[in-house]
Ligand binder design. Structure first.
Ligand code: NDP
Ligand code: 2IT
Length: 447
């Protein structure tokens, strides 16, 4: 075992002892530690200051009861969270997730990743994440509103436009942000940019809805250009059918990609003819308004619906855009066997450790989530800027900024991840994201 491997093992042993029963958090930290510990060995000032140990201990974790009444008059109790991971380079910033699986481990992994991602955007934002184990599926609009209001009644004490600025994530879109912003404004009596992903009428930014999915494709475009290739004509598999997946598919279609899959937690559709913009508009209506299942697409457009995930379908480019650990070793092997050349991650930590290793060994271009999906939070940062200066930029202006930020993320990954003729985008993203936060933490001394 090399010195680096020993250091990594020792570090992970300590982390797992201090954070028992949190497998997603362990996974996210290990993914970073394998690159950062060797880097820290070469930069002993970071080692002496124990920067990685400090970054993996959140600044604070707020856990609270969320009580609400359903339409039948039953009292419901959920658990709400906000993890404020690190504010070395700016106020805490990160989404809110409403999903029954939400727990401390999942939110700690997300807040930790967010710290690196936000650093890569070049904007002044620290890392945070929040949410609740509330299941919005099957709930009426009035129930969702009451839940959001109750959630914000406690959360409002812990956030603020210069303190912590939440946004959406799984189960939290424009509707939920609207309910939460309304309740914050009512309680605090200030109209301020405390949430991002707001509707345009009350301080939202153009392109925020589109930003994550567009950014995922922009990073793919940059990886392919760097490798002398392009999206035009490529067969693309996309998982998910929510915010990130639909706008990822939209930009792929615009750039000439042939998108053949979308999924939800019940399974995936395989449309061999290719998903068109018209069909995608139908999916957006299905998911955002009618709140239906992706299987209905198969009935509507006459294609196949299968249980499971879409990684068995042969493709040139793959875009996991649903959730964590949706691409495991067997899926990675299938992608490799079918000749997939590149992957850009829309979801946070969609690939498990075994899959990452297989893809790297096969030298598949692989943009990790903290780089590939940073476009969403980047445009959130631009929404904050617009709120501060009380100006609204045009869609073209915001998209130009987004494109530039994604190109800069590609270049940072390439600079720190170069390995002969292959770019290890994971390594590049980890080191570039870490450096900026670490240097700020060093400047503050021991806090
Ligand atoms: P949405 O709630 O809009 O959509 C989520 C999609 O993923 C749905 O199709 C959902 O299916 C599916 N999904 C969720 N959980 C599971 C699961 N356990 N197994 C299988 N499918 C699942 O969320 P977003 O599109 O906003 O988020 C998708 C991913 O992108 C998440 O990992 C999120 O953290 C990440 N992300 C989001 C950003 C944003 O700006 N929104 C920014 C950066 C990253 P179903 O409807 O059946 O639940
Ligand atoms: O994971 C993410 O980057 C998000 N859910 C978006 C966070 C944000 O603050 O826009």
């Amino acid at each position: 075992m090399s010195t680096d491997e020993k250091e990594i093992e020792q570090f992970m042993h300590g982390l797992m002892r201090r954070n028992p029963g949190q497998p997603e958090f362990h996974q996210a930290v290990e993914e970073v530690a394998v690159n950062i510990i060797p880097f820290v060995e070469q930069n002993p000032e970071f080692k002496k200051a124990r920067i990685l140990e400090r970054m993996t201990e959140p600044d604070r974790i707020v856990i609270f009861r969320v009580c609400w009444e359903d339409d039948e008059g039953n009292i419901r109790v959920n658990r709400g969270y906000r993890i404020q991971n690190n504010n070395a380079i700016g106020p805490y910033k990160g989404g809110i997730r409403f999903h029954p699986s939400v727990n401390e481990s999942i939110l700690k992994f997300l807040a930790f990743e967010q710290t690196f991602k936000n650093s890569l955007t070049g904007l002044p934002m620290g890392g945070g994440k929040g949410g609740a184990d509330f299941n919005p599926k099957g709930r009426s609009e009035a129930e969702v509103m009451r839940f959001c209001q109750s959630f914000m009644t406690e959360l409002c004490r812990h956030i603020g436009p210069d303190t912590d600025i939440p946004a959406g994530d799984i189960g939290v879109g424009a509707r939920e942000v609207g309910f939460m912003f309304g309740q914050y404004k009512r309680l605090i009596n200030r109209f301020e940019g405390v949430l991002t992903g707001k509707a345009l009428e009350f301080g939202g930014s153009h392109i925020r809805n589109e930003a994550t999915g567009y950014g995922v494709v922009y990073l793919m475009e940059d990886m392919l250009t760097h490798a002398g290739n392009a999206i035009d004509g490529k067969v693309c598999t996309v998982s998910g059918s929510g915010n990130v997946a639909t706008f990822c598919a939209q930009k792929l279609i615009e750039l000439g990609g042939q998108v053949v899959t979308l999924s939800d937690s019940s399974g995936y559709i395989h449309d061999k003819e290719g998903i068109t913009q018209e069909k995608l508009d139908w999916v957006k209506d299905l998911k955002n308004i009618r709140r239906g299942r992706i299987s209905e697409y198969a009935d509507e457009f006459g294609c196949e619906f299968y249980e499971g995930r879409p990684w068995d379908i042969p493709c040139d480019l793959a875009f996991p855009c649903a959730t964590q650990n949706e691409l495991e070793e067997a899926d990675a092997q299938k992608l490799i066997d079918n000749g997939c050349m590149a992957i850009s991650e829309g979801a946070n930590m969609p690939s498990n450790a075994g899959a990452i290793k297989l893809l790297a060994d096969a030298k598949i271009l692989h943009a990790p989530s903290k780089a590939a999906n940073a476009g969403g939070v980047a445009v959130s940062g631009l929404e904050m800027s617009q709120n501060s200066i009380r100006i609204s930029w045009t869609p073209e202006e915001v998209d130009t900024h987004l494109r530039r930020i994604m190109a800069s993320i590609h270049d940072q990954c390439a600079e720190y991840g170069e390995d002969g003729d292959y770019i290890d985008y994971m390594k590049g993203a980890n080191i570039a994201g870490f450096r900026k936060v670490a240097r700020a933490m060093m400047a503050y001394g021991v806090i």
